[in-house]
Design a protein. Structure first.
Ligand code: P53
Length: 478
């Protein structure tokens, strides 16, 4: 396929994971308990994720998949060697806050936790892999949730700042790409998972969520400031669960609804890129009677410390209608969307839309003109390994190929600026939405099932050699 134009020379190909979905070892070497440890599989999962059902300790009768996950804590050397073999230029991972500060409000970090990540980053560099580090990926110490209510508390600014200062100082020279909060807009949809928020009956949930969001936005600005002060080489990004909304029909009311839905997500990035609250948000707070406490100093921090790049996850586009009775809801995703009849769906009902990626890249570029980074994209599917553990995952290759083509067009035909592409779950890991192992994204199969059984052995899938070739040809051999 020589007619395909290559990606920019420095394009960062790679894969992405999150600590709570792969590390396991939840109680080793001084690690404290986090919200993500206490999210079980099963029928109550969604209510817990949404902060509607309380799960502040392990309870009998539940299975908690993050506790062991794929035990990357003990396998990281072998796993990174496999990433190296695929030719990764970058590996996106997240820090488990509770390895560094087990309770969250200590003054001194836990050396064993820092050492673990130092070893991991050094291992990456052995293979020429640049770490891309998410500081918080759905991760909040339980102690901070019990004592302070998670991100609803302003005290979080101080704890997060200490975490960031510790990381930036210790890992100076080892890490230069940082993401402050994974899918920061997730706070609106999954507030316990996203921000450690649990709601008491009768409270104004909207107000709590936006107050907590304000704290995260200011914390992100503080982190950006610190990162730049500690090492001017550092690049800091925001991170959005992206996917453009389409209007269900050409009825202007549907277009207007789609625009409102997009704004509810872009709101966060508007603040992080432009450094101020957009007018539509101020008006929205006013109309809803939300009183969000912000200081002059907060506003100044936001203004002076905007991000260097905009990163996002993209799995699907979305559909909105002004008519509450219009059409069928698409399934299986935390984001509400109508079903799009022009698209096929994954086994979990996520609709597959490669052109939607090109549309989303262009929409974000038009809005911000900041370098972008696609830090999650991929297909969650059921894999059936043969007796040697080999999976012929042509469906995954097809999904990725089409999305890489769309991304290529956005870069080479439309001229958007894109730093890199990391596929989600480059090694099979626990699903954030459902807690299942069965929903697999990886190039590497991990022998573990939904109940936590399996040898944890790793096997290369067909997509492993395919992605290796994609990277070696800088995206021209698909
Ligand atoms: P899973 C939806 C629901 C939960 C998390 O999701 C999500 C999304 C997608 O917008 O966000 C990201 O595992 C998240 C990852 C997660 C991935 O999507 O439910 O950043 O942690 O694993 C895929 O299939």
């Amino acid at each position: 396929m020589t007619d395909v134009k290559p990606f920019p020379k420095e394009f960062l190909w790679g894969g992405a994971t999150a600590a709570n979905q792969c590390e396991g070892a939840y109680n080793l070497d001084g690690r404290g308990l986090a919200n993500v440890d206490l999210i079980p599989t099963g029928a109550d999962r969604f209510a817990i994720i949404a902060g509607q059902k309380k799960m502040f300790t392990f309870k009998k009768g539940y299975f908690y998949p993050a506790a062991e996950a794929i035990d990357m804590y003990h396998h990281f050397k072998d796993d990174i060697a496999l990433f190296g073999e695929m030719g990764f230029k970058t590996y996106r991972l997240s820090i488990a806050w509770t390895r560094i500060f087990p309770k969250g409000d200590e003054l001194e970090p836990n050396e064993a936790g820092l050492q673990f990540y130092e070893n991991l980053f050094k291992e990456c560099h052995r293979y020429g892999i640049e770490p891309l580090v998410t500081i918080t990926h759905f991760d909040c110490p339980m102690h901070l949730i019990r004592e302070y209510g998670g991100w609803r508390s302003r005290k979080m600014l101080e704890f997060y700042e200490r975490l960031c200062r510790t990381l930036f100082t210790r890992f100076k020279g080892l890490v230069k790409y940082w993401i402050t909060f994974n899918e920061i807009n997730m706070i609106l949809h999954a507030p316990f998972m996203g921000a450690g928020l649990y709601f008491e009956a009768g409270e104004n949930e909207e107000e709590v969520k936006y107050q907590a969001a304000h704290h995260e936005l200011v914390a992100s600005a503080i982190a950006t400031k610190l990162a730049h002060e500690i090492d001017p080489q550092n690049k800091v990004g925001c991170m959005l669960a992206a996917g453009q909304y389409y209007p269900n029909t050409c009825n202007p009311a549907d277009y207007w609804q789609a625009m409102q839905e997009d704004r509810s997500n872009y709101f966060f990035i508007d603040v992080q890129v432009r450094g101020e609250y957009p007018h539509y948000a101020e008006k929205q707070f006013e109309r809803a009677g939300l009183h969000i406490v912000m200081t002059q100093e907060d506003l100044q921090l936001l203004k002076e410390n905007t991000v260097d790049f905009v990163s996002f996850s993209y799995y699907s586009s979305r559909v909105a209608s002004a008519d509450p009775k219009a059409g069928e809801e698409s399934q299986g995703n935390i984001f509400a969307s109508l079903k799009n009849p022009y698209l096929k769906s994954s086994a979990w009902g996520w609709q597959i839309d490669p052109l939607g990626l090109r549309i989303t890249l262009n929409a974000i570029w038009d809005r911000y003109q900041k370098p972008m980074f696609i830090v999650e994209n991929g297909l969650g599917a059921i894999d059936k390994p043969d007796e040697n553990g080999y999976v012929e995952d042509d469906y995954r290759i097809d999904y990725l190929r089409e999305h890489i083509k769309a991304m290529n067009e956005a870069v080479n035909e439309d001229g958007v600026e894109l730093l890199g592409y990391t596929t989600w779950g480059c090694i099979d890991l626990v699903s954030a939405g459902t807690g299942e192992m069965k929903k697999r994204y990886g190039f590497i199969y991990v022998d573990r099932d939904n109940e936590g059984k399996g040898t944890l052995k790793r096997f290369k899938k067909k997509s492993f050699t395919w992605y290796q070739k994609v990277i070696a040809s800088n995206g021209t051999d698909l």
